[in-house]
Design a binder for this molecule. Structure first.
Ligand SMILES: *[C@@H]1O[C@H](CO)[C@@H](O)[C@H](O)[C@H]1NC(C)=O
Ligand SMILES: *[C@@H]1O[C@H](CO)[C@@H](O)[C@H](O)[C@H]1NC(C)=O
Ligand SMILES: *[C@@H]1O[C@H](CO)[C@@H](O)[C@H](O)[C@H]1NC(C)=O
Ligand SMILES: *[C@@H]1O[C@H](CO)[C@@H](O)[C@H](O)[C@H]1NC(C)=O
Ligand SMILES: *[C@@H]1O[C@H](CO)[C@@H](O)[C@H](O)[C@H]1NC(C)=O
Ligand SMILES: *[C@@H]1O[C@H](CO)[C@@H](O)[C@H](O)[C@H]1NC(C)=O
Ligand SMILES: *[C@@H]1O[C@H](CO)[C@@H](O)[C@H](O)[C@H]1NC(C)=O
Ligand SMILES: *[C@@H]1O[C@H](CO)[C@@H](O)[C@H](O)[C@H]1NC(C)=O
Ligand SMILES: *[C@@H]1O[C@H](CO)[C@@H](O)[C@H](O)[C@H]1NC(C)=O
Ligand SMILES: *[C@@H]1O[C@H](CO)[C@@H](O)[C@H](O)[C@H]1NC(C)=O
Ligand SMILES: *[C@@H]1O[C@H](CO)[C@@H](O)[C@H](O)[C@H]1NC(C)=O
Ligand SMILES: *[C@@H]1O[C@H](CO)[C@@H](O)[C@H](O)[C@H]1NC(C)=O
Length: 611
């Protein structure tokens, strides 16, 4: 809040931020989105309706965490009333591209080019999307900071088809948070650069200048009151509980080896006649005992696993399979349902840690988070479902999983990060930690995960049978439930700013802060720098307040990033193996030289008739 008495202080802090390189917090929409959540999303403004000042033309909510192109639904998506008389896309907002004066949907000649075709949506195709889509670039404004030439696929019409064959409208688009490259470059002769909000904020001087081309995210849960967290250039350490696994990404995707699925109870009695059960991944197919490579995919909602694994999980739960949806409905009248989703019961995902196959990290997703709701238009009345969907193609863990997990990436550090995220009773005071330029690891908090659920779950009485709970998983009473904040003081830079700001004039402050920040930027360390500035965090929520730089993109001088991009922007033709058909390059096209464009694997796998 911009309280008057804090005005001077906030002004100094905003200057400090404008000049220094700190992670930026992204504001989440206060609405919830479906039709299979409820999920949380972030709000951005698309396009512009006035060239000089670039006034955003449409506000839309997007599910964050995609890579390469953002997927933006256009107003025309609701024109076809055959599919649905209700415009579900209106809930999140649609982009009225006719108003935007900066939209360019003709310069990039790579498919999708405005014709109908299969459109990839994240990294799995268990619910295929068919759409009339076009590559485009346009401005995107996020928390008041505008980014030009954002890499987009605009969708003028389309639907998703569930396993039973029924088509449903698309409701919410996807916000890309980068790729291994600064830009996606199209065209053989004239190169068109399409950029990403994260790379732009990092790379372009005069923009927000986040400390690294990275982000840290926990999508949280609306019904359980876990707010979403998304920081660009850093992460909130309170969202990273304990061990972190860091592993290589592949093109824009986040693969990891899943070694097992299990069921456990953190504390007290069990709703089952056992206290824990492992081996569920391979129970119905022993060849999965050696592990299954899955992709963690914020762009998709469910847990996409082999049929045998979904069946093994379902056999332990009061659910019934629904072939129309390929999902399982909870039997809410079975007393075991309440016991499972209100008790400390969880689904355990055991992964190989740090790309190793002899070290493990287990993410626990409490069943409370897996009591999700299908809504219209998928079903007539809201229906509780368990989000396992069988797939023969790429196995993936979508938002259902990410409610319980922290995900982050440092695109130039070469690694993506996975860790346990807190429950509803965690600390949602943002403890900002910077991700350094080339960092390939991040560190978590030592707070107890069990404590972050303690007030929410109802511990069952221990039965006098064999189903006693294990002592090993009970919360350690030594861990305080209030997060330990040892470094919670203002940084010297800010302290100096405050002292001086209360005595002398603005010019001196600016030059002093500039000097400090320049030195700080030069000193960029490999290790994470804690940003202890809690006050500025609160204000960041209101918007980045970078008075001078907002909406004024500055042409970047030649920088080291241009050189670095050279390394990345060599011709790459990464054809997705699982999805097709893919672009095929016609030799000789483009004046003897093959068209140069970067094809981001499955993400851009849009079927196209070879020209
Ligand atoms: C331009 O955008 C502003 C702010 O979103 C809106 O109020 C205005 O109506 C728009 N103008 C036109 C011509 O669409
Ligand atoms: C409208 O949607 C229906 C059903 O999804 C589809 O068959 C039809 O081709 C669409 N019409 C147009 C003009 O897009
Ligand atoms: C490009 O955008 C304009 C304005 O929204 C639209 O009328 C046109 O159909 C689009 N072209 C393609 C190929 O999508
Ligand atoms: C795209 O970026 C490259 C540098 O990476 C530059 O050479 C080229 O001119 C840019 N293209 C446009 C259209 O700005
Ligand atoms: C546990 O419950 C299952 C059915 O839910 C039953 O088949 C099994 O025999 C039980 N095991 C024991 C040890 O009671
Ligand atoms: C799982 O249950 C067995 C007994 O059924 C027990 O010995 C073991 O400690 C439990 N493991 C965990 C992690 O709770
Ligand atoms: C068992 O898993 C393997 C490896 O994923 C797969 O190739 C095979 O088709 C599966 N078998 C059955 C019967 O589903
Ligand atoms: C749901 O559970 C109730 C109570 O256990 C049972 O009577 C009913 O048959 C179950 N319904 C289905 C569809 O399994
Ligand atoms: C399951 O989720 C629904 C919707 O969020 C909620 O109303 C209901 O209370 C939940 N059920 C239990 C047993 O927690
Ligand atoms: C990050 O790596 C690049 C390329 O290896 C190097 O030029 C740069 O100095 C590194 N940055 C830091 C802060 O170490
Ligand atoms: C646990 O169950 C087994 C058989 O299922 C029985 O032999 C054993 O005595 C039981 N132990 C306890 C502590 O109840
Ligand atoms: C990325 O694209 C932007 C916009 O065209 C351009 O200004 C910038 O130089 C490009 N950066 C790189 C590293 O190619």
């Amino acid at each position: 809040m911009r309280l008057p008495q804090h005005h001077a202080l906030l002004w100094i802090l905003s200057l400090n931020r404008a000049l220094c390189s700190v992670p930026r917090q992204v504001t989440w929409s206060d609405k919830q989105f479906g039709p299979d959540g409820p999920w949380q999303a972030v709000t951005v403004s698309m396009g512009s309706n006035y060239t000089e000042l670039v006034v955003p033309s449409s506000e839309v909510a997007l599910y964050p965490g995609g890579s390469w192109e953002s997927r933006i639904l256009l107003s025309s998506i609701c024109d076809n009333k055959t599919l649905s008389s209700v415009c579900y896309g209106d809930i999140a907002g649609l982009f009225d591209s006719d108003i935007s004066v900066t939209l360019d949907n003709t310069s990039i000649e790579t498919a999708p080019d405005g014709n109908w075709g299969d459109l990839s949506w994240g990294y799995t195709d268990a619910v295929p999307v068919y759409a009339r889509a076009t590559r485009a670039i346009d401005w995107m404004t996020i928390d008041g900071s505008a980014v030009p030439e954002v890499d987009l696929i605009t969708i003028a019409g389309g639907w998703q088809t569930y396993p039973g064959g029924q088509a449903y409208p698309l409701e919410v688009g996807i916000l890309s948070l980068g790729s291994p490259d600064i830009n996606q470059t199209f065209g053989a002769v004239i190169k068109i650069n399409a950029t990403f909000i994260t790379s732009y904020f990092y790379d372009q001087s005069g923009s927000l200048e986040i400390p690294s081309y990275s982000y840290g995210m926990h999508i949280g849960s609306a019904p359980l009151g876990i707010p979403g967290s998304l920081l660009l250039g850093g992460y909130d350490q309170n969202r990273v509980m304990g061990d972190v696994s860091a592993q290589a990404f592949s093109s824009g995707s986040f693969p990891i080896e899943l070694f097992d699925l299990g069921i456990g109870v953190a504390e007290g009695g069990s709703p089952w006649n056992y206290s824990n059960k492992s081996g569920l991944l391979a129970q119905g197919n022993s060849s999965l005992a050696s592990g299954l490579r899955v992709i963690v995919d914020p762009a998709n909602p469910y847990l996409y696993l082999p049929q045998s694994a979904c069946d093994a999980l379902a056999a332990e739960l009061p659910v019934t399979y629904q072939p129309d949806y390929g999902l399982y409905f909870w039997n809410t009248s079975d007393p075991q349902f309440d016991a499972i989703v209100t008790s400390p019961s969880y689904l355990a995902f055991r992964f190989g840690k740090n790309n190793l196959n002899n070290e493990y990290i287990t993410i626990k997703a409490p069943f409370a988070l897996l009591n999700l709701t299908l809504q219209a238009p998928l079903v007539e009345t809201p229906t509780q479902y368990f989000p396992c969907m069988a797939t023969n193609s790429t196995p993936a863990l979508g938002r259902a999983f990410l409610q319980a997990a922290f995900v982050g990436v440092n695109w130039f550090g070469g690694k993506w990060f996975l860790a346990q995220a807190p429950g509803p009773d965690g600390s949602f005071i943002v403890d900002t930690v910077t991700i350094g330029d080339n960092d390939s690891t991040i560190s978590g908090s030592t707070n107890s995960w069990e404590d972050t659920w303690q007030n929410t779950w109802k511990v069952l009485a221990t039965r006098s049978t064999n189903s006693t709970t294990s002592n090993t998983s009970t919360p350690q009473p030594t861990t305080s439930s209030t997060p330990t904040k040892t470094n919670n003081v203002l940084s010297p830079v800010v302290k100096i700013g405050i002292i001086i700001g209360s005595t002398v004039g603005g010019v001196l402050i600016i030059s002093l802060l500039s000097a400090l920040c320049i030195r700080r930027r030069r000193q960029r360390r490999d290790t994470a720098i804690r940003d202890q500035n809690q006050i500025s965090e609160t204000q960041m929520h209101q918007g980045p307040g970078s008075l001078t730089h907002q909406l004024v993109p500055v042409e970047a001088p030649d920088s080291i990033w241009d050189q670095r991009n050279e390394l990345h922007s060599q011709e790459r033709y990464e054809m997705g193996a699982e999805r097709g058909p893919f672009f095929e390059l016609e030799p000789g096209k483009g004046g003897g030289r093959e068209a140069v464009f970067e094809l981001p694997g499955r993400m851009s796998g849009v079927s196209l008739n070879v020209i």
